[in-house]
Design a protein around this ligand. Structure first.
Ligand SMILES: *Cc1c(COP(=O)(O)O)cnc(C)c1O
Length: 341
């Protein structure tokens, strides 16, 4: 298979249309068998459920080339499982996780020419999503849905080296208690756009959201989970019902325990104790871990001892080990690497 003539090293994070996408339609209570298509456009009725009441969910994962030349994805079964949970919460039909993995496999294999070569730092971003497609005007779930997967090549997250982020404690809330914070739904992102733009306008990279009920506990950012490291090298993960269960963060917890022999604690984390941590990072598919150097809480600045120039020591070890597992340099736990071809 001949690779596309793309300047892999200089790709950003934008949409580049690839040749094929996967589509399956839900109608009369059942999913059709699904197919690959070259048509990147969707024609919808003006009253489609997704357009009126935002009934849409999504996933995000990456396909990449390992050192030995295989095209793989990382734990796609967990994306499939999470999408099942997102669907249930929004009264959408479940697209079974086995079929999800099969569809990801087909979509990536069909666009193999767009999977960046090993060493480029770039990856093929895979975006599965589902939305209500038939006309809905009274407030109720749609009867018809479309599940799609498109792929787009994206550049390395840290161009020209890692740079710790400065984040601010947001005055906005991300997710209500007993709300939809734990599912990957477009609605959680729509309402975060104003908060992130305000943060950017004030010079910050990201928002730290607190629990809306008491505003004393750390939740997450708009699109990544927190990971903290104590001064005695314990990994601490905020626990809350309204945090999106990041696959990267869950994998890093296994890496910390089983590969690095570190103690891992998943518990409520108070904003008040953040000043006592040695390191802080944001976990998500895009960057694996982005180090945080500074957290600004209104007039108060919390500077992490790891500083503003590099990753903290434990964060770096976690990052190197997980990316080593993903790239095939370090043996992966059973089932973590899904080979496409
Ligand atoms: C997708 C997402 C994450 C990261 O999850 P991964 O599975 O690691 O990519 C974290 N927080 C939110 C709110 C998200 O939507």
């Amino acid at each position: 298979m001949e690779k596309k003539n793309i300047d892999w090293g200089n790709l950003g994070f934008g949409y580049i249309q690839t040749e094929k996408r996967y589509v399956s339609n839900f109608k009369d209570g059942a999913w059709d068998e699904g197919t690959l298509t070259e048509d990147a456009n969707i024609v919808l009725n003006e009253c489609a459920g997704v357009l009126q009441y935002a009934q849409t969910i999504f996933e995000g994962l990456k396909a990449y080339t390992t050192e030995d030349g295989r095209i793989v994805t990382f734990r796609p079964d967990l994306n499939g499982e999470r999408m099942e949970n997102s669907a249930r919460r929004l009264e959408m039909p479940v697209f079974p996780k086995e079929r999800f993995v099969e569809a990801v496999t087909k979509a990536v294999a069909a666009n193999a020419a767009y999977v960046p070569p090993f060493g480029s730092g770039a990856t093929l971003y895979v975006r599965p999503y589902m939305f209500g497609s038939n006309p809905v005007i009274g407030v109720k779930p749609a009867d018809e849905y479309q599940f799609r997967i498109f792929t787009t090549p994206v550049g390395p997250y840290f161009k020209g080296g890692v740079k710790p982020l400065t984040i601010c404690v947001s005055d906005f809330d991300r997710a209500a208690p007993h709300g939809t914070g734990h599912i990957k739904a477009g609605l959680n992102y729509a309402m975060s756009l104003h908060a992130i733009m305000e943060a950017h306008r004030a010079g910050f990279d990201e928002n730290m959201y607190l629990d809306p009920a008491t505003r004393t506990k750390v939740e997450e950012t708009g699109g990544a989970n927190f990971l903290f490291v104590t001064k005695d090298k314990k990994v601490v993960i905020p626990k809350s019902e309204s945090i999106l269960p990041s696959i990267t963060r869950r994998s890093l917890m296994v890496v910390a325990r089983d590969y690095l022999g570190l103690e891992v604690e998943e518990r409520e984390v108070l904003l008040e104790e953040v000043k006592d941590f040695a390191e802080c990072g944001l976990c998500g598919t895009a960057a694996v871990i982005s180090p945080v150097g500074k957290i600004v809480d209104h007039e108060r600045e919390i500077c992490l001892p790891s500083g503003m120039s590099e990753m903290g020591e434990v964060t770096k070890k976690l990052y190197d080990t997980l990316t080593g597992i993903q790239m095939g340099r370090i043996e992966a736990p059973e089932g973590w690497i899904h080979v496409i071809e």
